[in-house]
Design a protein around this ligand. Structure first.
Ligand SMILES: Nc1ncnc2c1ncn2[C@@H]1O[C@H](COP(=O)(O)OP(=O)(O)OP(=O)(O)O)[C@@H](O)[C@H]1O
Ligand SMILES: [Mg+2]
Ligand SMILES: [Zn+2]
Length: 509
């Protein structure tokens, strides 16, 4: 007899429908899986057989053929175990096949019949709802993650027997709902705060502007000046993510298998700080079946590259595509997968190999050539995508040991939130979210300058020798500064402050 179970496969972070067909007929006992399965899927047959027997069902000696359709889609992982097990039981007439029609089923089973956690449950739930299924049957460990999707009933099962009992109507299961205390926790749950950073008002202001407009930022300063410390606190002032952003970020973590058991929707923006020894695959994603890399794990959040020039040149090169497009595409012979990768780049570095170039208290011992070589590691095109450069000088000892704390993160985040809301409203029909994403067209429309501010900007361009590209950068930053102030127009003080954040254009390039 033939049975069919609806399931799904993950490609990138999207789930696609997969039909699992099982045919049981007389003949030499054998189990065959067809339809482009990977080795984990092929091993599924052994797991499923044990799970069925250990759950107390008979397993007759027949020929079994399992077909995963569509055949063109590469299927991976153990998530087809549960659909295969249920389908086999239905094909053996031990389960009512028509009852399976209403559900999308996914789950790994172990030999004893326990149902184990899978990757990508959130995306599978979204796909199940889009296809109009009544319910989703999945591992209990994944139920909380999937339950955030409205309009579909999510049933978590911990064993094959619970699943069969539910389908036969013998085990009453309630659809998983999120209770109010399970709702996303307060986003302000960071153990660190900007108030711990003393002094460095200029750098803190620059970082606030960067967070408000989503601008990439590069911090340059001597050892111990607080660059790492400031960068690590940037997530505490980022604008609160809107629900869609949270879902998007969670889908990436779920697909990467990083959401973990009983995972919930991520309500804080991610902060990723890969070590400078990271490979290009680690950074942009890779693997035979591509998994998201650091740039995607930083989606909607911060990618922090500390000791920027220490990263291998080819690794930094691969950052260009995601920084330009907000996505990263990984091509394989069998498939090409696109992951979201819209992040705010925060980079930190010393001004020279010894670290003390320009420092009043230490002598820099680096020769001009060494300094040049040091800077040449960071390619021009990459630097070109960094809107804000900020010099972080050595801290005054008194500032660090004094009693006065800096401004806490909360009020800063308030201002950033306000500025971001203005941008969301402004760009509602423009297909972008923040000032940093503005193209030439947007700049013309949203950043007109008055006579006075235009004159100031042109003068600065002249005196500082800024390029045409730098001109656009300054305009974007000025727009963000105006938004932080709640000013509809970009005015002269906004332009003058913005010009200061282009220090590299004059000094090192
Ligand atoms: N502005 C500051 N306020 C309070 N503490 C500070 C400040 N700057 C530095 N410190 C202290 O100095 C330590 C070193 O700072 P941090 O690691 O951020 O320096 P850095 O600029 O990243 O240096 P490096 O170039 O060596 O990486 C911090 O952990 C902190 O204890
Ligand atoms: Mg550091
Ligand atoms: Zn030096």
């Amino acid at each position: 007899m033939l049975a069919r179970v609806h399931s799904g496969a993950l490609v990138g972070i999207d789930a696609y429908p997969v039909e699992v067909e099982i045919d049981v007929y007389p003949g030499m006992p054998s189990i065959t899986v067809v339809g482009l399965p990977d080795s984990a899927v092929k091993e599924s047959t052994a797991r499923v057989k044990s799970a069925i027997i250990n759950s107390g069902y008979p397993f007759p000696a027949r020929r079994i053929t399992i077909n995963l359709a569509p055949a063109g889609l590469k299927k991976e992982g153990a998530g087809f175990d549960l659909p295969i097990a249920l389908g086999t039981l239905a094909a053996l007439d031990l389960l009512p096949a028509e009852k399976l029609e209403d559900y999308l089923v996914v789950g790994e089973v172990s030999l004893d019949g326990a149902v184990k956690w899978v990757r990508g449950a959130l995306s599978l739930a979204i796909s199940a709802r889009q296809q109009g299924f009544k319910g989703l049957i999945l591992p209990e460990m994944n139920a909380r993650e999937a339950a955030v999707v409205e309009g579909i009933d999510v049933f978590g099962v911990s064993s094959l027997l619970t699943a069969t009992g539910f389908i036969m109507g013998r085990v009453p299961l309630q659809p998983r709902r999120l209770s109010s205390e399970e709702q996303p926790p307060d986003a302000g749950a960071y153990p660190i705060d900007f108030k711990e950073v003393r002094g460095q008002e200029y750098a803190k202001r620059a970082v606030e502007v960067a967070a408000a407009g989503g601008h990439n930022v590069l911090m340059i300063g001597p050892p111990g000046s607080g660059k790492t410390m400031i960068s690590q606190r940037i997530p505490t002032i980022l604008p609160e993510p809107v629900f869609e952003e949270s879902i998007e970020t969670t889908r990436i973590y779920s697909a990467a298998g990083l959401l973990g058991r009983n995972g919930a929707v991520m309500t804080v923006r991610p902060f990723r700080s890969p070590h400078h020894t990271v490979s290009d695959a680690g950074l942009i994603g890779g693997g035979i079946i591509p998994r998201p890399g650091e740039v995607s794990l930083a989606h909607n959040g911060v990618l922090f590259l500390d000791e920027f020039p220490e990263f291998k040149k080819n690794v930094l090169e691969v950052l260009r595509q995601p920084m330009e497009d907000g996505v990263v595409t990984i091509s394989r012979s069998q498939m090409s997968v696109t992951f979201p990768a819209r992040f705010m780049l925060v980079a930190a570095m010393n001004p020279c190999p010894c670290g003390y170039r320009g420092d009043p208290k230490h002598e820099c011992k680096c020769g001009a050539l060494a300094v040049q070589r040091y800077w040449s590691k960071i390619s021009g095109p990459l630097l070109d995508r960094i809107d804000i450069h900020v010099e972080v000088p050595a801290v005054n000892w008194k500032d660090v040991t004094g009693k006065t704390e800096g401004e806490p993160s909360a009020p800063v985040q308030e201002r950033v939130n306000r500025a971001r809301r203005i941008q969301l409203e402004r760009f509602r029909n423009a297909g972008i979210y923040s000032n940093a994403q503005m193209g030439a067209r947007h700049l013309k429309r949203f950043c007109p300058l008055g006579q006075e501010s235009l004159a100031v900007l042109e003068k600065a361009m002249d005196v500082l020798g800024l390029s045409a590209r730098a001109y656009h950068r300054v305009l974007k930053i000025a727009r963000t500064i105006a938004d932080l102030e709640g000013s509809e127009n970009v005015l002269t003080p906004h332009v003058t402050e913005a010009v200061q954040y282009r220090s590299l254009d004059r000094r090192y390039m």
